[in-house]
Design a protein around this ligand. Structure first.
Ligand SMILES: Nc1ncnc2c1ncn2[C@@H]1O[C@H](COP(=O)(O)OP(=O)(O)OP(=O)(O)O)[C@@H](O)[C@H]1O
Ligand SMILES: O=P(O)(O)OC[C@H]1O[C@](O)(CO)[C@@H](O)[C@@H]1O
Ligand SMILES: [Mg+2]
Length: 343
């Protein structure tokens, strides 16, 4: 058999560990060859690829951040218009099954290809942890570890200066990184996209905390968090060339609003891509490896149109179409648990 593999969307710690496991399992367990397409779907459209072998270089991928195949975004319309070219590339390279590793966008494209009769096995990645039908995605634990460490550090400087500190973390549609890093670091407020916030309430909690004699206030803000309608207006960034909302910096704008309303000194830290770079944690290395081994097994067993997923202690398979119907958002009750520590 010949297996194709690609990485799509934003990079994520653990992508290389999946590639390594797909290559190792396909070659050693099944005697199959693996072709890696470069820069996401673009590599398929342009037939740019490399041969991957279960050699020393492959072995060393386990703990490396980023993706050795490169990744890119391509407008969905352009991708859909290139179906014939994709089929041609797969044919020319003798690919029997394609393994796309990516977030909800890459997996939506994989589901579309599966509907078009292309054999695919999807692997979910994202630091945002917002893919449905899997308990967790690899990359999340690494991002959470980075964010928690950063917020732990901000406590001492905030305390020393009696400041309000806003920490903006990633989380475009879902607030998992904000929720978990906020809980893990003992933040005093967490703002997530799923729960529009009231700036008045944030100010009330800040004031109450300082009146009580506490010396600092740490608020974790997901980049996709939005104010409740009519409470305060944020700058609009429109859409980027791939159709994604362009963020305008919610934490910075909230900081200015808090200072204006209650005259407290506020500082903002935006963690940005630091959360996505570098080595995966041991947890992510293990999950990514298990996903890769099971994706290769599924490809060789003819279980196509499926996505590997973590289900309790086991790795299972779910139809990609099911997993991409909706995003896995933070449920209300999970936010309420965290809210016990707000203020
Ligand atoms: N609805 C869609 N139909 C067809 N292709 C799509 C669709 N949505 C996304 N894609 C393709 O998948 C690519 C990756 O999607 P996207 O940029 O959303 O990243 P992702 O895989 O969701 O990862 P991230 O978590 O970084 O967003 C897009 O650039 C596009 O080529
Ligand atoms: O800067 P980029 O690579 O376009 O990606 C940013 C987005 O990717 C994510 O990290 C998901 O991978 C989001 O949290 C973030 O909004
Ligand atoms: Mg996406």
């Amino acid at each position: 058999m010949r297996i194709g593999v690609l990485t799509g969307g934003g990079d994520c710690p653990g992508l290389n560990a999946v590639i390594r496991a797909v290559v190792r399992t396909s070659e050693v367990r099944y005697g199959s060859a693996v072709v890696g397409f470069l820069d996401g779907w673009r590599g398929l459209l342009e037939d740019r690829r490399i041969h991957l072998a279960a050699d020393d270089r492959n072995d060393r991928l386990l703990a490396k951040g980023g993706t050795m195949l490169g990744t890119a975004r391509t407008h969905p319309d352009k991708l859909r218009a290139g179906l014939d070219q994709i089929r041609q590339t797969l044919d020319d390279n003798g690919i029997d099954v394609l393994i796309p590793i990516g977030g909800e966008g890459t997996l939506t494209a994989a589901s579309w290809l599966a509907d078009e009769g292309v054999p695919v096995v999807g692997v979910p990645k994202t630091i945002d942890n917002d893919i449905d039908c899997t308990d967790v995605t690899f990359g999340f634990d690494t991002a959470l570890t980075v964010a928690t460490d950063a917020i732990d550090r901000l406590h001492s400087t905030a305390e020393s200066h009696q400041r309000v500190m806003l920490v903006e973390v990633m989380g475009r549609h879902a607030g998992w990184i904000a929720l978990h890093s906020g809980i893990a670091s003992g933040a005093h407020m967490i703002l997530i996209p799923e729960q529009p916030f009231d700036v008045e309430e944030v100010c009330r909690l800040v004031k109450r905390r300082f009146q009580r004699g506490d010396s600092h206030f740490i608020c974790v803000v997901a980049e996709g968090a939005k104010p409740k309608e009519g409470t305060f207006s944020m700058a609009q960034g429109g859409l980027d060339e791939f159709g994604h909302e362009r963020f305008t910096g919610v934490a910075q704008q909230l900081a200015i609003e808090i200072e204006r309303r209650i005259n407290k000194e506020v500082r903002t830290t935006v963690l940005g891509h630091v959360q996505r770079g570098g080595k995966p944690t041991p947890y992510d290395r293990v999950l990514a490896t298990r996903f890769g081994v099971n994706a290769a097994d599924a490809a060789h067993n003819g279980d196509t149109g499926m996505m590997v997923s973590l289900q309790g202690p086991n790795i299972g398979l779910v139809p990609i179409g099911e997993a991409t119907k909706e995003l896995k958002l933070v449920p209300q009750n999970r936010y309420e648990d965290a809210a016990a520590f707000f203020g």
